[in-house]
Design a protein around this ligand. Structure first.
Ligand code: PRP
Length: 211
């Protein structure tokens, strides 16, 4: 049987996503035994899973190293990979937000400084409002930027709101709902259509039940 290569996002979303694939009939028991190994295969079922950084899932899938994968809508909007988006899994829900100090007042006569990991999303959001901004691109711990005066506001994902709260920041604008999506490599989707569709249908039935 041919093996389907599946890129899963390492971290808090990944565990839940794997559980969904398992429940859909594509288990790989060894994945639970070892927490340093990155690739796991179940030849009987025909699946090979690998853990990658959430922001890298789309790269593996776009280049065909993975046939399918799961990544957030935030990554798809930011990097616009040339992949098929097959299914909204309805998990990993969060929002793209503008956040800042509670007493922040926007002076539209000044260029707004925005710290973010999501430069394209932030640029498009402010361009649509005709607002001049200066982007400070950071790779993580974005919440620190307004506290230290590196930026006026941040554009980042907010899930529970705990990170903002613990750093004395508030949501100023919630503008893009995010959730996890099943994506597929365009060429491999054709070559492995029946297997990929079986996975998609299995996941779809489960996620619809969840909704
Ligand atoms: C994300 C995001 C926020 C946090 C939001 O960071 O950038 O910092 O999660 O979650 P919350 O609303 O539930 O607190 P992530 O954990 O991906 O780490 P990072 O700072 O390295 O980007």
């Amino acid at each position: 049987m041919e093996t389907l290569n599946i890129a899963l996002p390492k971290g808090r979303l990944g565990e839940k996503v794997y559980a969904l694939f398992e429940a859909a009939g594509f288990p790989c028991p060894s994945i639970k035994e070892n927490n340093r190994k990155l690739i796991f295969e179940n030849k009987e079922v025909g699946v090979r899973y690998f853990w990658v950084k959430p922001s890298d899932v789309a790269i593996y899938v776009e280049r065909g190293a993975a046939d399918i994968g799961v990544c957030g809508k935030d990554i798809l909007n930011e990097y616009r990979p040339d992949v098929y988006e097959l299914l909204d899994l309805g998990m990993g829900k969060c929002d793209m937000c503008v956040a800042g100090k509670a007493d922040f007042v926007d002076d539209r006569n000044r260029t707004l400084t925005v710290a973010t990991k999501f430069s394209r999303i932030a640029k498009e959001y402010y361009a649509a409002q005709g607002r001049d901004i200066d982007i400070v691109h950071l790779n993580g711990s974005i919440e620190i930027a307004p506290i230290l005066g590196l930026s006026d506001v941040i554009v980042d994902i907010v899930e529970t709101g705990t990170t903002l709260k613990e750093n004395n920041l508030v949501v100023l604008e919630r503008f893009l709902p995010i959730s996890a999506r099943l994506i597929a490599n365009k060429a491999n989707y054709k070559f492995r259509f029946s297997m990929i569709e079986r996975v998609k249908q299995g996941l779809k039935e489960l996620t619809e039940k969840n909704k």
